[in-house]
Design a protein around this ligand. Structure first.
Ligand SMILES: NC(=O)c1ccc[n+]([C@@H]2O[C@H](COP(=O)([O-])OP(=O)(O)OC[C@H]3O[C@@H](n4cnc5c(N)ncnc54)[C@H](O)[C@@H]3O)[C@@H](O)[C@H]2O)c1
Ligand SMILES: CC(C)[C@H](C(=O)O)[C@@H](O)C(=O)O
Ligand SMILES: [Mg+2]
Length: 356
């Protein structure tokens, strides 16, 4: 029987529209062979929303995304809006949207494709088989803490975590670990920050309900080093908002390009599925962005939000096949390429494989 889903689409700025178009191409390809019907509804966010409505997060977007089954998002931001006041910049729209949607758990898998093993900045033997899940708290911490101020003589932000915020993200990490290798490494800065000691204590408490999971703690500076030294030591990394932001970009180089890593932001209601990278203004409009991170985010959307495992498997297999056949976008062109392709050619190749 035909299954129908309503997908909210936020293309955003810079390369956002280019990469989201390719993910939709791939979704439509799997829909045709999987008895699925997707209805897409576009919403504005970020710079595109500022240009159209004067604000980065229009009310129609906040209301609209509550009425869909899942949201696929590209990226926002760019130099065009950098002179605006902070609360009016594109990035504030994304933070506001995450908060409004209650997507407190950002899952950022850092996996290394065997087909692309030479693209990693690390030696093949160090990265072969890397399969890390970064569980990043997304709606708290220093990004949202009050008070905050930009003044003439000083500026400050506040890193706050409440007990329920830490409990719920820790639960997500332990639940995910139960389905994986049952190891959680919680990353913090408890040697310096009270908020991190608090985080650590609550993670320990939640851990009591998951005795099968091995829990370790690591300071964030060491974690950054260990990710590059021996990434295979990690299974699930549980961490706060800002540390997760930084560590996940670092982890992308294990795979070879930030254009490869997807994410799922889940929590209280509708989920938001987005690549971990930004709007890449330096390459926007050139047709050279790697769409794989966004296509893989669409796959996460099928798997986590819609329960369409078989369609998600099709996409994941199609991505691997395109890489195995030697198709490469510019960012990974130096690594075992048989043919260097554009953003839209990569999308079409993956769509074709996904529909077979
Ligand atoms: N989720 C988001 O919307 C998001 C995430 C990060 C940054 N940003 C915003 O994006 C803008 C640019 O930020 P930045 O330059 O620090 O980070 P960025 O991730 O946009 O780009 C960093 C580097 O990676 C490259 N890159 C990124 N995605 C790529 C892809 N798919 N294919 C090939 N190369 C890719 C870029 O060309 C650039 O050299 C800023 O306004 C920033 O605030 C938005
Ligand atoms: C654009 C910015 C607000 C965002 C973040 O820091 O969360 C981005 O870097 C990300 O990783 O999604
Ligand atoms: Mg980031």
């Amino acid at each position: 029987m035909m299954r129908s889903y309503k997908i909210g689409v936020i293309k955003g700025d810079g390369i956002g529209p280019e990469i989201v178009d390719e993910a939709i191409k791939v979704l439509d390809a799997v829909a045709s062979v999987e008895q699925i019907n997707f209805d897409y509804e576009e919403f504005l966010l970020g710079g595109a929303a500022i240009d159209e409505t004067g604000v980065p997060l229009p009310e129609e977007t906040i209301q609209g995304v509550k009425k869909v089954d899942a949201v696929l998002f590209g990226a926002i931001g760019g130099p065009k809006w950098d002179t605006l006041e902070r609360h009016l910049r594109p990035e504030s729209g994304l933070l506001g949207l995450r908060k409004a949607m209650g997507t407190f758990a950002n899952l950022r898998p850092a996996t290394v494709y065997d087909e692309l093993i030479n693209a990693s900045t690390l030696k093949p033997e160090v990265v072969k088989g890397v399969d890390i899940m970064v569980v990043r708290e997304l709606t708290g911490g220093i990004y949202f803490g009050q008070p905050r101020e930009y003044g003439e003589e000083k500026a400050y932000n506040t890193m706050v975590y409440t007990r329920p915020e830490v409990e719920r993200i820790a639960k997500v990490a332990f639940e995910i670990a139960m389905k994986r290798d049952k190891r959680v490494c919680s990353v913090d800065k408890a040697n310096v920050l009270e908020v991190s000691q608090f985080w650590r204590d609550i993670v320990e408490e939640v851990h009591r309900d998951y005795p099968e999971v091995e829990l370790s703690h690591m300071y964030v500076d060491n974690a950054a080093m260990q990710l590059i030294r021996d990434p295979k030591q990690f299974d699930v990394i549980l961490t706060g908002n800002i540390f997760g932001d930084i560590l996940s970009d670092a982890a992308s180089m294990l795979s070879g390009s930030i254009g490869l890593l997807p994410s799922a932001s889940t929590g209280e209601g509708v989920g938001l599925f987005e690549p971990i990278h930004g709007s890449a203004p330096d390459i926007a409009g050139q047709g050279i962005a790697n769409p794989i991170a966004t296509i893989a985010s669409a796959s996460m959307m099928l798997r986590y939000a819609l329960g369409e495992e078989s369609a998600a498997d099709r996409i994941d297999t199609a991505i691997k096949k395109a890489l195995a056949e030697g198709y490469r976008t510019q960012d990974i062109a130096a690594f075992d390429a048989k043919e260097v392709v554009s953003t839209s050619e990569m999308g079409s190749i993956i769509a074709d494989y996904a529909a077979k």
